[in-house]
Design a protein around this ligand. Structure first.
Ligand code: HEC
Length: 214
């Protein structure tokens, strides 16, 4: 009996340690700066594959929600009605997804409409690599990377398609002048026009948020 208990405790102990080790974050490097984290594990293919699955699950729901709602809004009332559906913040479902998977979900772009979606340097490099491949007609895949500031992040390319032109194509031809006036009044810093189908428009970024150590 005693022996069984010992073995059980021993195994349970190992399970706790194993779970802790599989969780790749440790403490903040600098307690005053909440953006600095150490990385507890070797970043390897296994971790990348595991998190890619989670990234894809989160992306699928976010993508379907956003495109579904924007398409519906376009049918109902064209661009003026649909613009307010283009921000991920408009969707409580995206909030609950973020909470459930402990992630932050974002779209980033070089030529952004909303300056909050501008790319940091690390992302510009990923974007350039995607863009070169896309221009050479090579296939581009989603990926999990360890960012320069130690975040585990999932990226997926966003390719522009025909239905996007009404808001991201050429002003005056694809985008109606009056619609663009509205867009510009809402987004004075807008850079996100002049695209054609097949262009790399931006990237989805799903960041796996580190948890405080218990
Ligand atoms: C009804 C107009 C409209 C349509 C249609 C539309 N967008 Fe947008 N898009 C916007 C607006 C407005 C924003 C800014 C949202 C925000 O505040 O984050 C935006 C933002 C984005 C962003 C985030 C980066 C940035 O520029 O701020 C991406 C990426 C994007 N759109 C891609 C697409 C793609 C791909 C399609 C087609 C599948 C599409 N959009 C269709 C209006 C539109």
């Amino acid at each position: 009996m005693k022996k069984t208990l010992k073995i059980t405790l021993f195994l349970a102990g190992w399970m706790v340690i194993a779970t802790m080790c599989s969780f790749p974050w440790t403490k903040k490097v600098d307690p005053a700066n909440e953006n600095t984290w150490t990385w507890n594990a070797e970043f390897n293919d296994k971790i990348a594959a595991e998190y890619k699955e989670i990234g894809r699950t989160v992306l699928k729901t976010s993508f379907l929600t956003l495109t579904g709602e924007v398409t519906k809004a376009m049918k109902e009332g064209g661009v003026p009605h649909a613009v307010s559906y283009c921000n991920l913040k408009a969707y409580p479902l995206v909030d609950s997804l973020s909470e459930h998977f402990n992630v932050s979900i974002k779209r980033v772009a070089e030529k952004y409409r909303n300056p909050n979606n501008a790319m940091r340097l690390f992302e510009q490099e990923l974007f350039q690599a995607y863009n070169t491949k896309n221009e050479n007609k090579e296939s581009i895949m989603d990926q999990v990377v360890l960012s320069s500031d130690n975040y585990l992040e999932y990226y997926a390319p966003i390719i522009l398609t025909q239905p996007c032109l009404a808001c991201h194509g050429n002003i005056g031809t694809d985008i109606r002048e009056e619609d663009y006036q509205l867009i510009k009044s809402l987004y004075p810093e807008d850079l996100a026009t002049g695209f054609t189908p097949g262009d790399l428009r931006g990237m989805w970024r799903i960041r796996f948020m580190p948890k405080e150590p218990q």
